[in-house]
Design a protein around this ligand. Structure first.
Ligand code: TGC
Ligand code: FAD
Length: 406
């Protein structure tokens, strides 16, 4: 028989109470709250019901994914561009990432890649013609894009890429390979980074079906299974001048895109952490061992208090980044701070939640495992946790520690 006071706690009521305690609603504008509500409803109706099945089957429902564009207008929504911008604030865009990653990291990946890694370079570095051709279709989700920077031999060090863009008469030839590319096999357009004859990094737009361009899916993957990850190969692909992004060259061009996507991840990770925190709270209130709900034991409460503290700090950090971005004051070291801290925090929350659920922590019935597995990719892509420490270290000290000294 349980003591009376331990019977009375309804997990759903507890979750509502904790959501109110975590709330930063009074720091958000009306439009930002409206975006949150619309994306939250979309996730409840269209993502949560079958994401675990997609994770198990290693599939992603792209037709539903396109609706982030056609119905919600999220793709590229914060870009100040007549072809796609909706006037949404960067904070509204961040909040959308947070709500999507509550559902799953693969859903936030779709938004990050499409908006930050495909639409941003076309908007910021593209010609007027390239912008008019691609941005409207990418905005509605009619077209899907991918971003090819990483190669089999070049990950954290993209400056060592081997893909080349060589002049050949009145055109160029693209040769090389890209690895671990989100949405590579389904993309209508690939933004590919390659070195030209002078060794300068250039961005080129390659359409699906171009002769010499092939894409295949990554076969063995235990993380981000409900997301498409591909390898791209380029064998003497003919590239015309109008496919090259004309307004920026050098490694800073792709890195500028990463600032956009990393910003979205800093917000998204908070959503994932909220999911695993709520799962742990629900489980420990329901599960009775040694005559009481697990939530009544001090060790479990300490873990919940840790998650609550870190989620609170992380969402304040994300909001700070949003406001800095809107004021044009953000430095890429701020973005590294947000990506690094918030993904670390979400990964720790997922691990704690998994252990708090005991055996159920590895079961698809309580999908904490899926978040935990997906966060291993998020911790690695868009710059690993340690690479972001080095980026911040360089900003703090003025000394680059990327290369081993001889
Ligand atoms: P370094 O010499 O430091 O910099 C080269 C040039 O780039 C400039 N720069 C930046 N510009 C804009 N934004 C940034 N964040 C920048 N960081 C550096 C820099 O000023 C310099 O410009 P210039 O004009 O002097 O030439 O470069 P380095 O060779 O020492 O390398 C360091 C660096 C920054 C590349 C490394 O720290 C790094 O970031 N590595 C991580 C690579 C990465 O994040 N790859 C991500 C691939 S895309 C992906 O993962 C998508 S996942 C998608 C999904 O969500 O599903
Ligand atoms: P490495 O660079 O080989 O690093 C291995 C380890 O060494 C890491 O722990 C790293 O922190 C450490 N390390 C590296 N350099 C240093 C250093 N100087 N000092 C100390 N430690 C160091 N890429 C794209 O271009 N487009 C995409 O759409 C894309 N999507 C992805 C989707 C998924 C699911 C995954 C897993 C990856 C994706 N990537 C994508 C690739 C991703 O960006 C790279 O995996 C990432 O940049 C790390 O590169 P790497 O895997 O080659 O690791």
């Amino acid at each position: 028989m349980l003591p009376d006071n331990l019977h009375k706690i309804d997990p759903e009521e507890a979750i509502q109470r904790v959501r109110a305690l975590l709330s930063i609603d009074d720091m958000l504008e009306e439009e930002e709250l409206a975006v949150r509500d619309v994306v939250r409803a979309f996730v409840a109706d269209n993502v949560l019901p079958d994401i675990d099945k997609h994770f198990e089957d290693k599939t992603f429902p792209l037709d539903v994914g396109r609706r982030l564009g056609s119905e919600l207008g999220l793709f590229g929504c914060a870009l100040p561009d007549e072809h796609c911008g909706t006037g949404a604030s960067y904070t509204a865009y961040g909040v959308a990432n947070q709500e999507l990653e509550y559902g799953g990291s693969g859903w936030r990946s779709l938004l990050s890649v499409q908006s930050g890694l495909v639409m941003y370079p076309i908007h910021a570095y593209g010609s007027e013609e390239q912008r008019a051709t691609w941005l409207p279709r990418l905005h509605t989700g009619e077209a899907i894009g991918c971003f090819g920077l990483t190669e089999p031999g070049s990950g954290s060090d993209p400056g060592s890429m081997r893909t080349t863009l060589r002049r050949n008469g009145d055109h160029y030839l693209l040769n090389g390979a890209k690895a671990w590319i989100t949405n590579g096999t389904v993309a209508d357009v690939a933004v590919v980074w390659a070195k030209d004859d002078e060794g300068k990094v250039r961005g080129v737009l390659i359409e699906k079906g171009t002769p010499g361009f092939t894409a295949t899916d990554e076969a063995h993957k235990f993380s981000l299974r409900a997301s498409i990850t591909s390898n791209l190969a380029f064998d003497d692909v003919v590239v015309h001048e109008d496919q090259i992004l004309p307004r920026r060259s050098g490694l800073g061009a792709p890195l500028g895109c990463l600032n956009q996507a990393r910003y979205g991840i800093a917000w998204g990770a908070v959503g994932s952490a909220r999911y695993t925190f709520e799962a742990a709270l629900r489980y420990t209130l329901e599960r009775v061992q040694f005559g009481a709900p697990l939530a009544a034991f001090q060790i479990q409460q300490e873990k919940l208090a840790w998650m609550f503290s870190e989620i609170t700090k992380a969402q304040l950090l994300a909001l700070r980044l949003g406001r800095l971005k809107e004021q044009g004051k953000i430095h890429h070291a701020h973005v590294s701070l947000g990506k690094r801290n918030n993904v670390w925090m979400a990964r720790e929350c997922a691990r704690k939640a998994r252990e708090m659920l005991g055996a159920y922590g590895i079961s698809g019935e309580y999908p904490v495992w899926r978040h935990m597995a997906d966060l291993e990719s998020v911790y690695t892509y868009e710059g690993t946790h340690d690479v972001h420490a080095l980026i911040m270290g360089q900003a703090i000290t003025g000394i680059s520690a990327f290369r081993a000294s001889s």
